[in-house]
Design a protein around this ligand. Structure first.
Ligand code: 13P
Length: 250
């Protein structure tokens, strides 16, 4: 059975004290679950979050990482720095990194390869823009994002990959892909992974959906057979909402 995951991407939100407070609320409110639960505070709050959550089932993950081991890359953070403070998972390729910081498939291929070689788990984000979907190009766009950044990896790397399909038009807009649209794309993603690798690799990879997941729509989205959980933005900043979303996965 595939691992189910609910991950909160806090983006550029929450100061150190706000991070502490939200984590306290989450520890008090999160329901018991067999799914993995992750939170991704901003870089400066990772150490505090790891210390605060020590021994808890909530995993702290990073929102980004550089591709180099170390060096003259002002403002950047390396895999070793993350590993050293106890971070084992990193989000890469978020649409906001692609749109606002010029991250493209070639850069993401390097970042992913680096994270894999450092033994980290990667939550790899991708998804089409509204104009792609309107033009009927969403499958093509998603296939090329995966092929360009991931399909050079060896089979063995796929144990460290979590995919996160996030249609850009559904992020922060209140507009959610319908459960059927999510399922259709997730099944397509699994098929192209099976074609590029093996059915076993495709069957084992966790594929998350992201984009306006809320307490009111989570259960239906998570009920789809190829949807293995969610990457949650806005609703992950509220303990009650995030707890309800975790409860929806069962
Ligand atoms: P929202 O849940 O706010 O739409 O954000 C989704 C997202 O980008 C998670 O990475």
């Amino acid at each position: 059975m595939r691992k189910q995951i609910v991950a909160g991407n806090w983006k550029m939100n929450k100061t150190a004290s706000e991070t502490r407070a939200l984590l306290e609320e989450l520890q008090a409110q999160l329901p018991a679950t067999s799914a993995g639960v992750m939170v991704a505070p901003t870089f400066v709050n990772l150490t505090g979050a790891v210390e605060q959550l020590g021994g808890s089932a909530i995993e702290v993950v990073a929102q980004n990482m550089h591709f180099a081991d170390s060096g003259a890359y002002t403002g950047e953070i390396s895999a070793d720095m993350l590993a050293d403070i106890g971070i084992q998972t990193v989000i890469l390729g978020h649409s906001e990194r692609r749109a606002y910081f010029g991250e493209d498939d070639a850069l993401l291929e390097k970042k992913t390869a680096q994270a894999i070689s450092k033994g980290m788990q990667v939550i790899f984000c991708f998804g089409e823009e509204l104009e792609d979907r309107k033009a009927g190009k969403h499958f093509e766009v998603v296939a090329s994002q995966l092929k360009n950044a991931l399909f050079g990896l060896p089979d063995t790397a796929w144990g460290q990959i979590i995919l996160a399909y996030e249609p850009v038009w559904a992020i922060g807009t209140g507009e959610t892909a319908s459960p059927e649209q999510a399922q259709e794309m997730h099944a397509f993603i699994r098929k192209i992974v099976a074609d590029a690798y093996t059915p076993e690799v495709a069957d084992a990879v966790t594929i998350l959906y992201g984009g306006s997941v809320k307490p009111g729509n989570a259960a239906e989205i998570f009920s789809k057979p190829d949807v293995d959980g969610g990457l949650i933005g806005g609703a992950s900043l509220n303990a009650e909402d995030f707890s309800a979303i975790v409860a929806a996965i069962g």
